[in-house]
Ligand binder design. Structure first.
Ligand code: HEM
Length: 505
């Protein structure tokens, strides 16, 4: 290479490098996102420590911020950006009008990946073929109205057991009973029977419940989920999660294998039910896969079925009974409706459609006390905008639903528990959100809770039976109830409800 040619080579190189830097710079500038506003954060940690130092539960922290930053705002939680929506019109636009775009789920933290078997569950799967196959199976083969009817005797038995347990507990404790614990137990028994196709004795139900609770505890978010750089300091917690997963798989696989055997030798177990969720899963064809789910995958799918409906329904009943105690006139009106509809026989689930007041009580209950304040986290399938702001794919979209169901622009006296609002015809709400979003205890759009139908049967039936059998009063007598919520997996009553019950004449 001559001196002249080498100088022109280096000039060219300098030009190419400068052009590259210019274009890269331009590109990175054009990549600067216009995210919704939010509280200014600190470098690296964002708003993480501000939240921790506030001492508030997350829902309270969000509720306070939305008053300052409006219906769409950003929180930077370490490496995660969260965009929080709390407005009915925006939710309708995102989840209904542009539903497919907003129907995905974000990447999971490592612990969640262990328990969802790398997103092989309905709730965790990204919007795509795996999700479609799993959800279609759950909805069509388990939760359709025809399938639901097949499990009517299971529900009847669980309701009888619930009433017997409450009577026994009241007799042993001067008329005082725990509400959440008993309601949870009843619905858990129903879901277990539907899932595994066998009636379980109380000891097995308790063991299964402990296994599930241990999972929920290790799934609690940790700081290293938001700051992955800290992961090496959390190896003890990671090992604990792996151990809990192993215990969960070992325990539940026994029931899976038992059911496999029963199907192979039909009639071998007289107590076995003719149908179960597991039966639908054994040979499930999942788009893009050659074989059916593995045992660990079956464990994740069964756990989702049990977890999805237990605490949510139990929580609804706890708030429901608390509201009936606080509003004795509502309780009396409900009891009168039950008596006039069914006379002296037990309430059955087909009576519910004739009981308009019961339906109004349950709707008002789910408006005032959605069991989960945030629907499950959503993500977009491709970058888009909402309300003029950028929504990238790696953002967690959180929907804070009490802001909608208590929005004074949508409801008269939203703070008041008033089932009559739904009876008078003055107010109504489409719970699926299709005709407009006013409340969304089950989410809305493509990811709406597939258990909605079954859950509402459970809540109606359980409340009706509990009010038919007993009169409910405060404990200690005449004490005011505290309606403060506390975040566990769902938002439960801060002071778990104990109530006085008296058998109706
Ligand atoms: C009162 C009871 C219940 C409430 C309040 C409730 C609430 C919810 C909510 C808010 C979501 C998230 C929706 C979204 O991401 O936009 C959801 C999803 C889900 N629920 Fe429920 N749920 C209840 C009962 C049940 C039952 C009984 C089952 C099944 C046995 C169930 C299974 C699921 C599943 C699998 C998903 C994920 C759906 C998906 O991602 O496609 N839930 N539920």
């Amino acid at each position: 290479m001559t001196a002249a040619s080498s100088s022109s080579f280096f000039t060219l190189l300098a030009f190419v490098i400068s052009a590259l830097i210019f274009f890269l710079f331009r590109k990175s500038k054009s990549k600067t996102l216009n995210l919704p506003p939010g509280p200014p954060g600190w470098p690296v940690v964002g708003n993480l420590f501000q939240f921790a130092r506030s001492g508030k539960p997350f829902f309270q922290y969000v509720d306070d911020l939305r008053k300052e930053y409006g219906p769409i705002f950003t929180l930077k939680m370490g490496t995660r950006n969260m965009i929080i929506l709390s407005d009915a019109m925006l939710c309708h636009e995102a989840l209904i009008e542009r539903g497919a775009l907003f129907a995905s789920r974000p990447r999971e933290n490592p612990t969640r990946n262990i328990f969802s078997c790398n997103k092989f569950t309905v709730n965790a799967a990204v919007y795509g073929p795996v999700w479609r196959s799993l959800r279609r199976n759950l909805v069509q083969n388990m939760l359709s109205s025809t399938r639901l009817k097949e499990f009517r005797t299971v529900r009847e038995m669980a309701m009888d057991k619930l009433i017997a347990r409450l009577s026994a507990e009241a007799e042993a404790n001067n008329g005082v009973v725990w509400v959440l614990k008993n309601a949870r137990f009843a619905v858990f028994c129903i879901l277990l029977a539907m899932c595994f196709g066998i009636e379980m004795d109380e000891e097995t139900v308790e063991k299964m419940d402990q296994t599930m609770k241990a999972v929920l505890i290790v799934l609690d978010p940790r700081i290293d989920d938001y700051l992955p750089i800290l992961r090496p300091f959390f190896s003890k917690q990671r090992n604990r999660a792996l151990q809990v997963r192993k215990e969960q798989v070992d325990y539940i696989v026994q029931f899976i294998e038992k059911r496999r055997q029963m199907i192979r030798n039909t009639g071998s177990d007289k107590a076995a039910m003719s149908f179960s969720y597991l039966d639908t899963l054994f040979d499930l064809k999942v788009e893009g896969r050659k074989s059916g789910p593995s045992n660990p995958e079956l464990v994740s799918l069964c756990s989702e079925f049990l977890n999805g409906g237990t605490d949510t329904t139990g929580t609804a009943i706890e708030w429901g009974i608390a509201r009936l105690i606080d509003n004795p006139d509502v309780q009396s009106k409900l009891y009168e409706e039950i008596k006039s509809t069914v006379g002296d026989r037990k309430v059955e689930e087909q009576d519910v459609e004739k009981m308009t007041y019961l339906q109004a009580v349950v709707k008002e209950l789910l408006r005032k006390h959605p069991p989960t304040f945030f629907v499950l986290t959503h993500a977009v399938t491709e970058p888009t905008t909402l309300a003029g702001y950028d929504i990238p794919t790696d953002v967690n979209l959180e929907i804070y639903s009490p802001a909608i169901s208590e929005d004074p622009k949508l409801w008269s006296n939203p703070e008041k528990f008033d089932p009559d609002r739904f009876v008078s015809g003055k107010e109504d709400a489409d719970i699926t959100g299709v005709k407009g979003v006013k409340m969304m205890p089950f989410g809305v759009g493509r990811r709406i809770c597939p258990g909605l139908g079954m859950a509402t049967v459970h809540v109606h039936l359980m409340l009706a039976r509990m009010v038919q059998e007993f009169e409910w009063k405060a404990y200690p007598p005449n004490s005011p109830l505290d309606f403060t919520g506390k975040l566990e997996f769902t938002v439960v009553m801060k002071n778990p409800l104990r109530a006085m019950i008296k058998q109706r004449a």
